[in-house]
Design a protein. Sequence first.
Length: 103
Amino acid sequence: MCATGPRTPEGKRRSAENLEGYPTAEQRLRTRYNGLKTGLHARTISVLPANPGMYPICNQCDVGAEACAQEEHCMLLLARTWSTMQAYEKGDAKALLAHNAKL
């Protein structure tokens, strides 16, 4: 196996200088969720807390504000996450059509 990249001390020094300060703290914050699209491969799943009327998706929810206020998590987003995981495990993308049509 052949190594790639700079081989001379000068080339290695220039390469190290080029990488200095990268990524910045702002870049890390901006890109930290780039690999996470559906949460299927996440070690843990975070579901939004129940805040009736506070999310854009609330106007599509049929749980109701009073019932939602008594829940710990947003039940609509929790149900969508669960159905996405089940469709992935079954390998059935058509199972997502019904709830993705409401997005």
